[in-house]
Structures are given as C-alpha cells and as structure tokens.
Design a protein around this ligand. Structure first.
Ligand code: FEO
Length: 139
C-alpha cells in the first residue's frame, strides 16, 4: 500500500488560486483517510476524515458554483450535475465504510472516487477555468 491515494501533480492546477488551494486540501484529506484506513487504528479518526471530506467537498462545490455563476459560465448546469454525482458517490462510499462493509481504502470504490476527483479537476474544472479566465481577459 502506498502512503498516498492521490499524488498531487501540478498538472491538476487550473489557474484559479482559491480553487487550486481547495483541490490540494481535498486531495490531502483523501490521503489522510487513506492512511487512517490503512492503519485501522481508530474508528473515530476514520469517521472524522470521512466527515471532513464531505464538508470540504460541499464547501468547495459551493464556492466553485459561485465563481461559475458570477462569470455566467455557459456549462453551469452540466458542471453542477457532476458535483452532485460526486457528492452522491462519495456519500454512498462513506456509508459503506461506516457500516463496515468496506474496510480498506484499496477498493473499487476508492478507485472510482480517485478517478472522479482527478478526472473532474483535470477536465471539467480546467475547462471552466479557461473560459472564466478568457472572459476576464476580454472584459
Ligand atoms: Fe473543483 Fe468542479 O470541482
């Protein structure tokens, strides 16, 4: 088992400072959960990590949706739907861990979460950021 579930890579940067910061923090939190699950030491820590990630995702999506609205981003609805799917998927994952159905973070669920997070940042968030930055250059 590696120390990190997701290795931060600067190619994840989207160019909007506060959102990049939040992406980094979210990935750190996911890696913290990965370690706690590997240790299987304190269930309370695992629960805390799960809750922290959920709260972080909610707050991050709210901020990002605010940025999109302020910039009248044309793909707002599509992007918001992705956020909702991510939160739904994460909630399902969280419930499975809390009910002890999944005891390891090295699971297909983790793979799906990792894929979603990285894919969403690298594709949807980047696309949004490029359009937002282009708009601010032209205004
Ligand atoms: Fe950074 Fe669209 O989530």
């Amino acid at each position: 088992m590696t120390d990190a579930s997701i290795e931060w890579d600067d190619s994840f940067l989207i160019g909007i400072e506060e959102l990049d910061y939040e992406h980094k923090v979210l990935i750190n939190d996911i890696n913290r959960l990965h370690l706690e699950l590997a240790r299987q030491d304190k269930k309370s820590e695992i629960e805390k990590c799960l809750g922290d990630i959920y709260a972080r995702m909610q707050a991050h999506f709210a901020l990002e949706e605010h940025v999109m609205k302020e910039n009248q981003y044309g793909f707002f609805d599509e992007h918001k739907r992705e956020h909702e799917k991510l939160l739904d998927g994460y909630t399902e994952y969280m419930m499975q861990i809390l009910s002890d159905k999944v005891v390891s973070f090295s699971s297909p669920i983790e793979d799906a979460l990792r894929y979603w997070v990285i894919n969403h940042i690298a594709n949807s968030d980047k696309k949004m950021s490029l359009m937002v930055q282009e708009k601010s250059l032209n205004s």
